[in-house]
Each structure stands twice: as structure tokens, then as C-alpha cells.
Ligand binder design. Sequence first.
Ligand code: FES
Length: 130
Amino acid sequence: MALYSEKVMDHFRNPRNVGVIENADGVGEVGNPVCGDIMKIYLKINDEQVIEDVKFETFGCGSAIASSSMATELIKGKPVSEALQLTNKAVTEALDGLPAHKLHCSVLAEEAIQSAVKDYYDKSGVAVAE
Ligand code: FES
């Protein structure tokens, strides 16, 4: 069996939602100190608390790029409260799996989105239960 699924390779080669959102409503940046990879997520959120647009910049491995790409696809058009619930497991499943030593790459995507949503909540004065 190939190390990486077709979906991982597709999202690595043609990542969706790459870029920056100027004046984003929420921005989250996280890094993994072990591998040194960094992921940044930008959210545009409308008055109904729905994620209208999402972009990412990832300075990292192929699995991190594929995970960010898939994660942004999973939360686009969804309420922010749902994005906050996105787990790395859901991202990994949507990618048809990642090798065990690459699971931490999907954790970065989960953390970056949570960080961006919390930034949005902070900016808009919404209290969040930890
Ligand atoms: Fe660290 Fe992929 S090797 S995010």
C-alpha cells in the first residue's frame, strides 16, 4: 500500500484555500517545536457567525499542507462553533488516513483553526468555555 492516500497527494499537489485574508476576523498561528513546521489560518466570518472564507499559509511538510487544505475545506461555509469542534481525527479521516508518524501534522490543523476561532471570539468579545 502506498504511504500516502490519493487524497493526501491531491491536497498536497493542489492545496485548496492557500493564501492570506486581509483584515481577517480571526487569525491563528501554531507551530510544532519538534519538526519546526508552522501553520497560519485566516477566517472571514459573517454576521451569522458563519465562516464565509478561510485561507491558510503552511510552512511545513506535505502532510501539514494536505491537512490544512482539507481542514479549510471542512470548515468553509460552516458556523464557527462547528469549526471549533473540528478534530485532527476528522481531518485525517477525510484524507483517508495519514501514516502514524504524520498524525501530528493533522493536529497542527486542528490547533490552528481553534486558535483562529478563539482569536475571532476574543476580538468580537464572545466568551468561550475552555
Ligand atoms: Fe511536522 Fe508534518 S512533519 S507538521
